[in-house]
Design a binder for this molecule. Structure first.
Ligand code: PBG
Length: 338
């Protein structure tokens, strides 16, 4: 039926009716908060390129995780910034490494929060690359051993799920085997399967001090111009034993999220990365866009594409926004562009 019998605006006139017919839901339990931790005490250092986000020490991290939990955020993902770095990334798998210390404390003090860990070497190597070097090349197979040690040491310290983000070939299988051999058969792997080489990671590298001292990450992270290749990455990781697949960055990759959901019957996670946060934060600071509206619209778009859950620096704020009155998100108050 056509106009005038059909008028799509009828269902848009009343905010409660819009709520009834909306196709996409988002609640705080779909959000994971990334947290950075470094050695020290009482550290709460704002990240210059990510205003509103901080690097914590273990004591302040506990407070932040507790506060996030009170806001309705039940899961965090930890990134460590070690005291010292070397060419073997030993801080990544040290029993008293910063992430390991944080995990033990979190398990004791905020036991309700699900603890995810990023498994990569780049924050721990003195050259900032994601693996061990042979000359100027990142050596794939020798790196796998260090990654699996890292994953097992996270598991021992209390990780509930490990998330390898290094993009070495074969790492999911090696990590799965290592976890199984050490008794962690029930510990799931969230694989950053389709992780693109992206300028959107810039602010993260400031925060985590992990910018490579030479070269870039294009020899292992995916080329942003490729879509079908992501399906190969995902299929391989699933064969190797990945339980959940992550796509990253999120908003620039909605097509990949969609494809993945259609092709594979597995939970799909999306990471709204540091640069995505920084763009919103910076434009909002200038008064050019509405922070809340834009953040929520982005998160809804990522959900609409099919992501089961979203790793986002907006997690706490979004939880507060989403728990407000019905119909409050987005579009309650008048904002530019709505
Ligand atoms: C690697 C890692 C990175 C991010 C998550 N895990 C950085 C990179 O690949 O250079 C980026 C996340 C973000 O930008 O928020 N340890």
């Amino acid at each position: 039926m056509r106009f005038p019998a059909t008028r799509l605006r009828r269902l848009r006139m009343h905010p409660r009716l819009r709520d009834l017919v909306r196709e996409t839901d988002l609640s705080p339990d779909r959000l994971v908060l990334p947290l950075f931790v470094k050695p020290g005490r009482s550290v709460r250092q704002e990240i210059a390129s990510m205003p509103g986000q901080f690097v914590y020490s273990v004591d302040t991290l506990i407070e932040e995780a507790g506060a996030a939990f009170a806001d309705g955020i039940g899961a965090i993902i930890l990134f460590g910034i070690p005291k010292s770095k070397d060419d073997r990334a030993s801080g990544a798998y040290a029993d008293d490494g910063i992430v390991q210390l944080a995990l033990r404390k979190l398990r004791e003090e905020v036991p309700g929060v699900l603890r995810l860990t990023d498994v990569c070497l780049c924050q721990y190597t003195d050259h900032g690359h994601c693996g061990v070097l042979e000359g100027k090349k990142i050596a794939n197979d020798p790196t796998l051993e260090l990654l699996s040690r890292t994953a097992v040491s996270h598991a021992r310290a209390g990780a509930d799920m490990v998330a390898p983000s290094d993009m070495m070939d074969g790492r999911v299988g090696v990590i799965r085997r290592a976890l199984d051999e050490t008794g962690f058969t029930d510990l799931p792997i969230l694989s950053y399967a389709a992780k693109y080489a992206s300028a959107f990671y810039g602010p993260f590298r400031d925060a985590a001090d992990s910018t490579p001292s030479f070269g870039d990450r294009r020899s292992h992270q995916m080329d942003a111009r490729n879509r079908r290749e992501a399906m190969r990455e995902i299929a391989l990781d699933l064969e190797e034993g990945a339980d959940v697949i992550m796509i990253k960055p999120a908003l620039p990759c909605l097509d990949v999220i969609r494809d993945t959901c259609q092709r594979f019957d597995i939970p799909v996670a999306a990471y709204q990365v540091s640069g995505e946060y920084a763009l919103v934060a910076a434009a909002a600071e200038r008064g050019w866009i509405d922070r809340r509206e834009l953040a929520l619209e982005s998160l809804f778009a990522i959900r609409r594409a099919g992501a089961s859950f979203i790793i986002t620096y907006f997690a706490r704020e979004a939880a507060r926004w989403l728990s407000q009155a019905p119909g409050s998100a987005p579009g309650k108050k008048k904002a530019a562009g709505t």
